[in-house]
Design a protein around this ligand. Structure first.
Ligand code: SAM
Ligand code: GLN
Length: 283
């Protein structure tokens, strides 16, 4: 069968199973080890039986056995970079790319040209820390996680993507020993009793998902302890649940009464990121 026909059939199968049709191309690029352009150039060539079998083996796990395509392929794209992922780490999300984009925006606005120390708390795959290190050469990155297995993945990604990051294992801010210009965290923030999509709940590490009864546990811990690890003029950057703007702002002002707090929406129009500017940020 010609590759083009095969793709069409498999996309139809995905739609019938109510899964993403984009998974077909993603998986084929992996199985055939081709770039998107090279795949396009092969469309009118035949796909052989061995390739079909390899494809179907993984595709069925995706369609009928509730497995994320990114874990099956061991890869995802974040901020334009290829990251290795496995069941030990959260699959980085689109919203988190927006967090990175806004951190870079505020860096340019308030720290431009300065060398800054940045710490990513709960780094998982290393997505935020590595993307920042790639995008801004003036940022020196530290990244932490309580999960040794997640740190193994993050270290692998840092090496693959040729970034130099200091990794620390431990609970929230405990492993830190110095002061930072920028603290970043996308901590686990789903309230423990909340219904979570089966694909997420049954595959991604619970340690990466749940943030106590109200989803705010880790913001409380970080904000209560952050002052010890922040320079006089510093920025704290959070991703959070869409309905937590008020609570996070109140927590930030409780611990940093003179700070400026700014919440931004994600592309879906949901309150998703909060930035706390501590110290002198007058324009
Ligand atoms: N930063 C990554 C991202 O944005 O894709 C992963 C975010 S994931 C929502 C939260 C991460 O926090 C997980 O990697 C988890 O292992 C880590 N974590 C959970 N509890 C922690 C704790 N007490 N101290 C440090 N990290 C923790
Ligand atoms: N956005 C993730 C989800 O809903 C949760 C990420 C997090 O807790 N930080 O699956």
């Amino acid at each position: 069968m010609k590759l083009a026909k095969f793709i069409k059939l498999k996309q139809e199968e995905a739609i019938t199973a109510q899964k993403e049709e984009s998974a077909v191309i993603f998986l084929l690029e992996y199985i055939l080890d081709l770039t998107p352009t090279a795949l396009f150039e092969r469309l009118d060539k035949e796909i052989d039986e061995e390739e079909v079998n390899k494809f179907n083996f993984l595709f069925e796990k995706y369609l009928y056995h509730n497995k994320p395509i990114q874990y099956l392929v061991g890869k995802t794209t974040f901020y334009g970079y290829d990251f290795y992922v496995n069941e030990d780490v959260l699959i980085p999300r689109f919203e988190t790319e927006e967090l990175v984009e806004n951190i870079l925006f505020f860096y340019d606005k308030y720290f431009k040209g300065q060398k800054v120390n940045v710490c990513d708390i709960g780094t998982g795959s290393g997505a935020i820390a590595i993307a920042l290190a790639k995008e801004e050469k003036n940022m020196t990155l530290t990244a932490t996680d309580i999960s040794a297995k997640a740190l193994e993945v993050a270290k692998r990604n840092a090496k693959n993507l040729e970034t130099n990051i200091t990794f620390l294992e431990g609970d929230m801010l405990e492993p830190l020993t110095t002061k930072y210009d920028i603290l970043v965290s996308n901590p686990p923030y789903i309230p423990s009793g909340e219904n979570v999509d089966k694909l997420v709940k049954e595959n991604e590490p619970n340690l990466a998902l749940f943030g106590g009864n109200d989803g705010l546990k880790f913001y409380r811990i970080i904000l209560a302890n952050a002052s010890k690890y922040l320079k006089d003029r510093a920025m704290i950057c959070f991703e959070h649940g869409y309905d937590k703007k008020q609570e996070i702002e109140a927590l930030a002002l409780k611990h940093f009464p003179n700070s400026k707090v700014l919440t931004l929406k994600d592309l879906e129009g949901k309150d998703r990121m909060t930035f706390v500017f501590v110290g002198d940020f007058n324009e």
